[in-house]
Design a protein around this ligand. Structure first.
Ligand SMILES: [Zn+2]
Length: 332
């Protein structure tokens, strides 16, 4: 097999690691290697991650990747290659890029997962060619990534784009970040479950007791509510409508603040598509200011689960070209 110019893109999550070869255009060249990630101590996590990456280098040997990009959730100092803090990984101020570069004998660069995802959507997804793009990821939590003037926007300390923590309700639900009333508490998968839970004993909204049965079995998840809504279940539909109202508030704030050309909505809850985006878009149209409200397109993400690893690969390409924010480590 002829060698194809590619790097390895890696998405490191709290439960699994996904690795795949990514070419310069952001195309994924083979199916991903997916292995569980270790959630115990920092040492155990690092050892397991390095072992997975060694196996991925063997699996994708024919592609002869010269570098690796790695995306994870949390605050990442991209230029230093340090993970400062992550909501789902046991990493605090860990120089992950240097450790992996030394361990693997290959340059490794880091990127935040939501920033990787907006990068990927703008190069190989739904926002190709656009320069002002906001990504909102609606999963267990709510993540955000900003592409402004054609570049991933990081802010002064790398913390820009935490859209899930814009406060939308004074004295609202307590968020994991310590504040009350964050968008994440109202537009995430967990919020969808909360909305559905209030409708379980209503005979008109849960006529066959489907929601109630799921809750009793401990299986009332965001995904389950979403599936029921898509099947037309009245209580699940109302829950989605409630979530869409809060999402609409987030969209108005984003449009008024940044005037993006496109807001891309991804994540598990984002798969609801028009059921969710329709009412949220309508709220945006009524409440945001011109010219933003008339220009912005609100669309579903295209890349799904692959967005993180594709964006990580693009970060590695940019580092090799000297155009990225991450420098290649000393081991390069
Ligand atoms: Zn918060």
């Amino acid at each position: 097999v002829a060698a194809v110019a590619c790097v390895l893109g890696v998405d490191v999550g709290g439960t699994k690691v996904a690795v795949a070869p990514v070419d310069r255009s952001g195309a994924q060249l083979a199916g991903a290697l997916i292995e569980p990630s270790e959630s115990g101590s920092t040492e155990a996590f690092l050892a397991a991650l390095e072992a997975t990456l060694v196996r991925s280098l063997a699996k994708f040997k024919e592609f002869a990747p010269p570098a690796m990009g790695l995306a994870c959730a949390g605050t990442v100092d991209v230029s230093e290659g340090v993970v400062n803090k992550s909501p789902n990984l046991p990493l605090v101020d860990v120089p992950l890029a240097r450790l992996l570069t030394e361990g693997l004998g290959m340059p490794v660069v880091l990127e935040n997962d939501a920033k990787a995802a907006v990068w990927a959507e703008s190069v190989a997804g739904v926002a190709v060619g656009l320069k002002h793009v906001v990504l909102l990821t609606l999963g267990t939590g709510v993540g955000g990534g900003l592409l402004l003037d054609g570049r991933v926007y990081r802010g002064a300390g790398g913390g820009a784009g935490e859209l899930g923590h814009m406060i939308v309700q004074t004295g609202g639900v307590l968020c994991g970040c310590g504040a009350r009333g964050c968008l994440e508490m109202y537009a995430s998968g967990r919020a969808l479950v909360r909305y559905a839970s209030t409708r379980v004993r209503d005979p008109e909204l849960d006529p066959e007791g489907v929601l109630l049965a799921l809750r009793v079995k401990g299986r009332l998840t965001g995904g389950a509510v979403a599936r029921l809504a898509m099947q037309g279940h009245p209580g699940a539909l109302e829950a989605v409508e409630q979530l869409a109202g809060w999402l609409g508030i987030g969209l108005v704030n984003v449009s008024n603040t940044l005037n993006p050309e496109m807001i891309v909505v991804g994540g598990g809850v984002g798969r609801l598509g028009e059921l969710l985006l329709g009412p949220a878009r309508e709220f945006l149209g009524k409440n945001a200011m011109p010219p933003g409200r008339d220009e912005v397109r609100v669309v579903s993400a295209k890349l799904g689960n692959e967005a993180g690893l594709v964006g990580a690969g693009l970060a590695a390409w940019a580092a090799m070209a000297g155009t990225g924010d991450a420098g290649l480590g000393a081991g390069a």
